[in-house]
Write a protein that binds this ligand. Structure first.
Ligand SMILES: NC(=O)c1ccc[n+]([C@@H]2O[C@H](COP(=O)([O-])OP(=O)(O)OC[C@H]3O[C@@H](n4cnc5c(N)ncnc54)[C@H](O)[C@@H]3O)[C@@H](O)[C@H]2O)c1
Length: 258
């Protein structure tokens, strides 16, 4: 007899979630814990990370750890994975979710803004994935990386210009495929989730004339709720996807289908 619950279960695994105190990361962290995973919440504010880890771990009866560092800081990333090993055990799942956007077309965007978006969205994902993999390899364990890309990886998002963000998310998709192939031999799978427009703080501050254009162009004519991203992450994190690596799962209410 097959067991669907077991297929999707994360019981006994540990998942690291960057940007885990808000938006998609906060919600997905809760679903990962509900699926049985111990959770490590990463943000840049220790009080928020610890509070989120404490609330979720007590609610779902799993272990929780809150850490604070900037994902672009190589030394902090390296130290964080040592601390995870020490405090909770080698992580099995990495949800690389932290990301930022600074709007602006190529002609007006400041170079320092271009560099910051690329730094967080691409270098941060790379540094986290690399340290995560190094610890798995050392421990002789298999694991799963889930990177957060975007529909902006494959389309030019309108009506606002966001040259750096679009470029960074396209890089996340190709980094995902590259790491997936490089790390096959270690049993480390690497996949990407590409959300469409999700109702988080990132979008709650966007002017209505822009969100109106987005919703008209989305066949579902609504934002996704953060909960609607969780299933894709659990699929990639769990044994339901043992033959899936280097994939991008687009969750966009048909936005990129037309
Ligand atoms: N909301 C959307 O419509 C949407 C669509 C597609 C993709 N995404 C992507 O989903 C991810 C989550 O976005 P969200 O909508 O939940 O936004 P959010 O702003 O609520 O979450 C982003 C999180 O990343 C953290 N973060 C930013 N820079 C960091 C850094 N240098 N180090 C550590 N943490 C950092 C922030 O503090 C925040 O908690 C992002 O990668 C975003 O690009 C969002």
């Amino acid at each position: 007899m097959v067991n669907t619950e077991k297929l999707f279960s994360l019981k006994g695994k540990t998942a690291v979630i960057t940007g885990g105190t808000s938006g998609i990361g906060r919600t997905v962290a809760e679903y990962l814990a509900a699926s049985g995973a111990n959770i490590v919440i990463v943000s840049r504010h220790l009080d928020k990370s610890e509070e989120t880890a404490r609330l979720i771990s007590s609610e779902y009866d799993v272990k929780g750890l809150g850490l604070a560092f900037d994902v672009t800081d190589e030394d902090s990333v390296i130290k964080a994975f040592d601390m995870i090993d020490e405090k909770i055990g080698t992580a099995d799942v990495l949800f690389n979710n932290a990301g930022i956007n600074i709007n602006g077309g190529a002609l007006e965007l400041k170079y320092r803004d271009w560099k910051r978006v690329l730094d967080v969205n691409v270098n941060g994902v790379f540094l986290m994935a690399r340290s995560f993999a190094e610890h798995l390899i050392k421990a002789g364990k298999k694991g799963s990386v889930i990177n957060t890309a975007s529909i902006s990886a494959s389309i030019v998002n309108l009506p606002q210009w966001q040259t750096a963000y679009n470029t960074s998310k396209a890089a996340v998709v190709h980094l995902t495929k590259t790491l997936a192939v490089e790390w096959v031999k270690y049993g480390i799978r690497v996949n990407a989730v590409s959300p469409g427009y999700v109702w988080t703080e990132m979008n709650q501050i966007v002017p209505e004339d822009i969100t109106k254009v987005w919703m008209e162009a989305t066949p579902f004519h609504r934002f996704a709720q953060p909960d609607e991203i969780a299933g894709a992450v659990i699929y990639f994190a769990s044994d339901a996807s043992t033959y899936t690596s280097g994939s991008e799962l687009i969750v966009d209410g048909c936005f990129t289908s037309i």
